[in-house]
Ligand binder design. Structure first.
Ligand SMILES: CC(=O)OC[C@H](N)C(=O)O
Length: 270
């Protein structure tokens, strides 16, 4: 048994050396930031412009404090990275405003923007993804993945922070959506639940190559479709039907549907 406790001691020492922030601190930062941009997220409103500005500065400090223990793994000082990140926040805001509008326009069941921001899993997931993606672009390790996993746990939508997703992204329902690390998605793309944008080969040696598909502008992908491969391009204005399995490119304006053989027959036993 003492060998076992030695092993645990070694593991705890290694984990301490990594010095990543607690998951709760990362969650607080991401939620505070999203709530600052979109008070509809929780309903906590800050009407005073002075407080709004001060809060922006507080968020920068909050991020700097998260990053400080990881300093050795960062390409620049924690302070400089936090400042660069905050400089990107207006772009995140602009893109998320467009995403919320796309969800409202794309879902007949959505009644208003407030509802989309407060209650739609598609908005929740894309909001956490856009924050994580900005941190990923600043070469911050692990933190971006922790942030997208907060949304994954809550919504069932798994978006890798490395994916590149243009604005006006509408993920409706969303449960079971998987968007891999090297996926590229154009503007005005609509995805339904259970869509996988995945890798054709999961060889470890493929780690640095483009493994996931490119989805051009104005594509709709219905529930349960699986689109795989880094060379697979779905041409703009295409529609991919439910449950389609696709490992090749399709031209713009394609219509691809799954045609199931009807293997079931009805019988009427007395
Ligand atoms: C989404 C997906 O295909 O993932 C497979 C593997 N994690 C990879 O990134 O290649």
């Amino acid at each position: 048994m003492s060998d076992f406790f030695e092993e645990l001691k070694r593991r705890h020492q290694l984990a301490a050396a990594n010095a990543y922030p607690a998951t709760s601190a990362v969650s607080d930062f991401a939620n505070n930031l999203i709530n600052w941009l979109f008070p509809e997220h929780t309903g906590q409103v800050m009407a005073d412009p002075v407080l709004l500005e001060q809060y922006g500065r507080q968020l920068e400090i909050q991020l700097e404090l998260l990053l400080q223990p990881m300093q050795r793994q960062l390409p620049d000082t924690a302070g400089a990275i936090s400042q660069s990140f905050m400089g990107r926040v207006p772009v995140i805001y602009d893109e998320l405003t467009k995403d919320a509008e796309a969800i409202l326009q794309g879902d007949p069941a959505a009644t208003c923007l407030y509802e989309v921001i407060r209650a739609y899993p598609g908005f929740y997931a894309i909001a956490f993804y856009r924050v994580a993606h900005a941190l990923h672009e600043l070469h911050i390790p692990l933190l971006p993945r922790m942030i997208t996993e907060l949304a994954h746990a809550r919504t069932g939508i798994d978006i890798h922070p490395g994916a590149v997703i243009a604005p006006w992204c509408c993920i409706d329902h969303g449960t079971g959506v998987v968007i891999g690390e090297t996926t590229v998605i154009g503007q005005h793309v609509k995805l339904y639940q259970g869509v996988t944008l995945g890798a054709l080969s999961i060889e470890k040696s493929m780690a640095l190559s483009k493994r996931h598909p490119t989805i051009e502008d104005h594509v709709v992908i219905y529930a349960g479709a699986t689109i795989l491969g880094g060379e697979t391009i779905i041409g703009h204005h295409s529609v991919i039907g439910g449950n389609v399995w696709l490992i090749r490119s399709v031209e713009p304006f394609s219509r691809i549907y799954y045609k199931a053989e009807n293997k079931f027959s009805e019988s009427n036993h007395e």
